[in-house]
Design a protein. Structure first.
Length: 202
């Protein structure tokens, strides 16, 4: 009986990850050329309009959905709102084994830093030391489909570097923008632990 329950828990956890493939990049669809897709303050059609997406917008990051997956949260300006997922088509993120998503951009505050996935290296910048490349040795995934978690090992700044990237509600502390990925990063074995948010499309 215990073995059966353990199996059920494992299946349930795997299903949970697969059923929530956020964040993800979407394209706007089925909107007339002379119209736009409204971004609303709340996930319902009567909520205040706080922004719009062009009828042919592509690569729009949706960081989360409402309970029934009918609305998706997107960033607009310095805040975030909701779009009707009926008018969005998913699946533009390139995710494969041992790699970071193409276009990944992470950053943090206190101290300020940023890191971009460029050509197989995490390009690391700070105000004092811009333009440092940390070659990615491996970005190990979990083996679960659509799971964006990655444990990353790199050639760091004065020694091996490591990072853990994982789905989580994340805020930069400087705006009302919401992000669907968080990161913990060490640029060397004795470097301080940096924390921040990541986006799939800078």
């Amino acid at each position: 009986m215990r073995r059966f329950l353990t199996s059920c828990v494992f299946v349930a956890l795997a299903f949970t990850v697969q059923a929530q493939p956020f964040p993800q990049l979407f394209d706007v669809q089925d909107v007339a050329a002379d119209d736009a897709l409204n971004i609303r303050a709340e996930p319902n059609a009567s909520a205040e309009i706080i922004g719009t997406l062009d009828h042919d917008a592509q690569g729009v990051e949706v960081v989360a959905s409402n309970a029934d997956n009918s609305w998706g949260r997107v960033n607009t300006g310095e805040g975030s709102g909701w779009v009707n997922l009926r008018y969005m088509s998913a699946g533009r993120v390139h995710i494969d084994n041992y790699n970071l998503p193409d276009g990944l951009f992470c950053y943090g505050t206190e101290p300020f830093w940023s890191a971009s996935n460029i050509g197989g290296a995490l390009h690391f910048d700070t105000p004092d030391m811009p333009g440092q490349d940390m070659p990615i040795w491996i970005a190990q995934d979990s083996g679960i489909a659509e799971d964006l978690r990655r444990m990353v090992h790199m050639g760091g700044i004065g020694g091996p570097a490591s990072a853990f990237i994982y789905p989580a509600s994340c805020n930069d502390g400087m705006s009302d923008r919401e992000f669907g990925l968080a990161i913990s990063l060490m640029t060397a074995p004795d470097a301080p632990l940096l924390s921040g948010c990541c986006t799939l499309n800078r």
